[in-house]
Ligand binder design. Structure first.
Ligand SMILES: NC(=O)C1=CN([C@@H]2O[C@H](COP(=O)(O)OP(=O)(O)OC[C@H]3O[C@@H](n4cnc5c(N)ncnc54)[C@H](O)[C@@H]3O)[C@@H](O)[C@H]2O)C=CC1
Ligand SMILES: O=C([O-])CC(=O)C(=O)O
Length: 329
């Protein structure tokens, strides 16, 4: 039995993400939570002839039943950017939304794998951590910031330059999930040696600011939803596959480096005392099985790390202190 709850399931990401999850033969219960419209979305999806039973839950009074005993909780709840905004501008509204959902998960599904999509991811993941610590149910192996869209974009954009199959080209992207904190490690990708330094820098910027491309094109109607649903489903389904079948799947994801202290040593050597970083992680039955080395980084990439670290540090402490110095939970 595998219960997956999507919080924010009626939204731009939530709906297509739920559709993709409904196709998994491994999920037996797909629970849809939102503050609006989930009865309709659930009724609609429930007619699809795949295994998962679909239930809809609307409003905070139904959050407990929605989330109770979930194996996986995916959170794309909250407001998206409009042109001119940074992800950090969303903190004011989304921090409280993620906190309240994390409180419900800590109380009613403390063992769930938490997959956080809501922005700013660099800060919302520390919020979830601090809430779980407060309720004494914290396990860093089970809390993930979903940065898969950066990896998906990197595969697409790099393939446009070097050719090959975007579906199978793996580009490690580490760091965080906003602008300069997004660190594509192109020097580790076979075939990028054909590119000029100018091309490398341009595609690096494109990956870092891919979200802005969509925000601009949508012109006030929100940010990436369909590509995020694809990326979120890929990540959540990898978590499910690893948990159910023990398959060792490697994916870059934003985690607390305590999730595997030994494995994180090589990352720590580069990023200092930073607590969170998106790193290549081997997933398994208990979430993070191993943090894998970030590998060799060239001089240009080192410079990018230097820009990312102070920004990430600020984002992390902003999220953590929202709980540790905020109103009583
Ligand atoms: N991690 C990533 O790579 C990405 C993250 N995002 C982020 O995902 C979030 C959602 O984006 P969209 O789906 O486009 O927004 P949306 O506005 O279309 O949907 C958000 C949904 O959250 C719901 N919601 C609001 N408060 C809630 C609460 N307390 N509990 C449950 N649901 C609640 C809303 O009713 C709405 O249905 C945004 O913060 C956005 O920045 C977007 C794209 C990529
Ligand atoms: O850009 C945004 O605000 C949404 C997002 O995180 C992305 O598309 O990577």
């Amino acid at each position: 039995m595998v219960k997956v709850t999507v919080c924010g399931a009626a939204g731009g990401i939530g709906q297509p993400l739920s559709l993709l999850l409904k196709q998994s033969p491994l999920i037996t219960h797909l629970s849809l939570f939102d503050i609006v419209n989930t009865p309709g979305v659930a009724a609609d999806l429930s007619h699809i002839n795949t295994k998962a039973k679909v239930t809809g839950h609307v409003g905070t009074a139904q959050l407990e039943e929605a989330i109770k005993d979930s194996d996986v909780v995916v959170i794309p709840a909250g407001v998206p950017r409009k042109p001119g905004m940074t992800r950090d501008d969303l903190f004011k509204i989304n921090a409280g939304i993620v906190r309240d959902l994390a409180v419900a998960a800590a109380k009613f599904a403390p063992k769930a794998f938490m997959c956080i999509i809501s922005n700013p991811v660099n800060s919302t993941v520390p919020i979830v951590t601090e809430v779980f610590k407060h309720f004494n149910v914290y396990d860093p192996k089970r809390i993930f910031g979903v940065t898969t869209l950066d990896i998906v974009r990197a595969s697409t954009f790099v393939t446009e330059l070097i050719g090959g199959d975007a579906a199978t080209l793996r580009v490690p992207v580490v760091g965080g999930h906003s602008g300069v904190t997004i660190l594509p490690l192109l020097s580790q990708v076979a075939g990028t040696d054909k590119l000029s330094q100018e091309q490398i820098e341009a595609v690096t910027k494109r990956i870092q600011f891919g979200g802005d491309e969509v925000v601009k094109a949508k012109d006030g109607a929100g940010s990436a939803t369909l590509s995020m649903a694809f990326a979120g489903a890929r990540f959540a389904l990898n978590i499910v596959e690893a948990a159910v079948n023990g398959t060792a799947i490697t994916e870059c994801t934003y985690v607390h480096l305590d999730a595997d202290k030994e494995g994180a040593k090589d990352t720590k050597a580069v990023v200092g005392e930073l607590e969170y970083f998106s790193v290549p992680v081997q997933l398994g039955r208990n979430g993070v099985e191993k943090i894998l080395p970030i590998g060799a980084v060239n001089n240009y990439e080192k410079k990018l790390f230097d820009e990312a670290v102070p920004e990430l540090k600020g984002n992390i402490s902003k999220g953590a202190s929202f709980i540790t110095e905020g109103a009583k939970l």
